[in-house]
Write a protein of this length. Sequence first.
Length: 121
Amino acid sequence: MAVPMIAMGLRLLTKGGRGIDLSASKTKVIDNLKKDIKEDIDELFEEFTQELKKKTPKDTGRASRGWKKVGKYNSKSNRSSTIIKNRVPYIDPLEKGHSRQAPKGMIDPAFDKVFKRKRRR
């Protein structure tokens, strides 16, 4: 007994409001999912970078401006990487709490804020 195709013309909405056409070919659905995942991961890293900049103590602003996101997520590679770095020479003491503006550092508080926000969505 054949099962009728019910999925034709349906769209699956993801959290970001983007849709996936379920009647599309399997390859196209997978490509769309990979694209959505890439966009979500890139957005997450961008939000994390912005939150690091906000949490970084301000004197001249050099340390805050030092946060850079390098690379992009690549779903086709097992070796893809996105790195957030800061080459300001005194970023390590700031991260260890040597500033009254950020006694708990910047990385953990920024991470907590971004991921708590993501869990609520």
